[in-house]
Design a protein around this ligand. Structure first.
Ligand SMILES: Nc1nc2c(ncn2[C@@H]2O[C@H](COP(=O)(O)OP(=O)(O)OP(=O)(O)O)[C@@H](O)[C@H]2O)c(=O)[nH]1
Ligand SMILES: [Mg+2]
Length: 323
């Protein structure tokens, strides 16, 4: 490793620039972190004490429910309130969404020249492990750069929407009327993860019904003393309901701070990050210390049927920890 990224620029010193609000430096550091340059980790370490100020909002929902359009509309509202905004679009790297990502860029273009809005997309490399390291490091850089609200878009396919709620302070679940999969989504645990439910495409038939169904379900699920998620109707394409949605996000933030839930959520997020770091450190420690000769010997014994993989692994660990 040379400490230089693909464009030949040095990574050292980027943290200081980020703290001074240097946007190109932030973009360069994010790229270096994605490329896992060791120097980038050093810079992130310098930023870490300056993080924790941004409010992180996860926006999840099935493909095509209008998440990107909503984000575009929310940015306008938040900017009017003078808030500095970061946006992170998590691209699931599927052929289906590549076009949508291009669309995202176009939809957000009205904000492209606003220096207080930082938009970045990330491929989902590594997300399946449950925690996207790149997502968290990007969040930290945006936070240190002074972004006050960070919006993360993640497509709610499979279980990935569950992950975004572990990273976000406030999770928005976006539903649309007439898609027929609402009930299925609820079975997938969507009711538990939503702090705010957005019924988008309120111009379509069935929006009010969907809202009522949701209200009924939430009433059954949550105990009366607990915080009841708000349900907001929006029509993102015409910027309808976005003011109310931004209000609901800030109200949820106030609730988190007053109830002590913010601290609990942040601690859970830090714990995830810590476990991931331990996992990483452990693997590289192992890789440094495992001798190829031992591995070859054990592999040969496996082929001869003299041992099994679990027993062989235990042998390796025992030897490592004895030495
Ligand atoms: N009728 C109607 N259409 C909408 C509304 N909001 C968004 N759309 C349209 O729905 C389509 C999908 O919107 P996107 O914002 O790309 O949805 P998305 O959830 O980001 O989609 P993916 O990123 O592919 O998961 C676009 O054609 C939007 O114009 C709305 O309130 N009403
Ligand atoms: Mg989108």
């Amino acid at each position: 490793m040379t400490g230089r990224n693909a464009t030949g620029q040095t990574v050292k010193g980027l943290a200081e620039k980020v703290l001074a609000g240097d946007i190109p430096a932030a973009a360069r550091l994010m790229r270096a972190l994605e490329d896992e340059l060791p120097e980038a980790a050093d810079e992130l370490r310098r930023l870490y004490p300056h993080t924790g100020r941004a409010h992180v909002v996860g926006i999840t929902g099935a493909p095509g429910t209008g998440k990107s359009t909503l984000i575009g509309s929310l940015i306008s509202v938040l900017r009017k309130q003078g808030l500095r905004v970061g946006v992170l679009a998590i691209d699931p790297s599927s052929p289906f969404s590549q076009g949508a990502l291009l669309g995202d860029r176009l939809r957000m273009q009205q904000h492209a020249t606003d220096p207080e809005v930082f938009i970045r997309s990330l491929a989902t490399r590594g997300w399946s492990g449950g925690l996207a390291r790149a997502t968290l490091s990007t969040l930290h850089v945006m936070d240190a750069l002074g972004k006050e609200v960070i919006l993360i878009e993640s497509v709610g396919v499979g279980q990935s929407e569950l992950d975004i709620s572990r990273v976000a302070d406030t999770t928005l679940v976006v539903l649309v009327p007439g898609m027929g999969d609402e009930i299925q989504m609820m079975k997938a645990g969507i009711l538990e993860i939503g702090d705010i439910f957005v019924v988008n495409k309120a111009d379509k038939d069935g929006a009010e019904n969907l809202k009522q169904d949701l209200e009924g379900m939430l009433q059954m699920k949550t105990d009366p003393a607990a915080h009841r998620p708000e349900i907001i109707l929006t029509e993102a394409t015409r910027h309808c309901g976005s003011d109310e949605l931004a209000g609901a996000i800030l109200r949820h933030r106030d609730y988190l701070l007053a109830s002590g839930d913010m601290e609990r959520r942040r601690q859970a997020r830090a714990r995830l990050e810590l476990l991931d770091a331990i996992d990483n450190a452990f693997k590289s420690h192992l890789a440094d210390r495992l001798s190829p000769k031992t591995l070859d010997e054990l592999a040969a014994r496996l082929v001869r049927g003299e041992t099994d993989p679990d027993a062989a692994a235990r042998t390796v660990l025992e030897r490592l920890f004895q030495s």
